[in-house]
Design a protein. Structure first.
Length: 75
């Protein structure tokens, strides 16, 4: 393990995202790093597809979504 130096503004965004996602700051950073790596190595796959694939690989029963969920803007 090591220490990663990031800009103050990125750390603040990380802290806010961690709070919204109910993760620790370290867990949020690890999530963003993992998703970033997956996005770089699978450029044709959407974020939602990547997350669903990771959930299935972890043994979580995440059925495929057939109809898009409404967003706050559409509701």
């Amino acid at each position: 393990m090591g220490i990663v130096s990031i800009e103050d503004e990125l750390h603040e965004q990380l802290r806010r995202a961690a709070k919204a996602s109910y993760r620790s700051i370290n867990a949020q950073a690890a999530f963003w790093i993992r998703i970033g790596m997956l996005c770089e190595t699978h450029p044709g796959v959407t974020f939602q597809e990547l997350v669903a694939r990771e959930l299935r690989a972890a043994g979580v029963d995440a059925p495929a979504q057939k109809t898009p969920m409404p967003t706050d803007a559409a509701a």
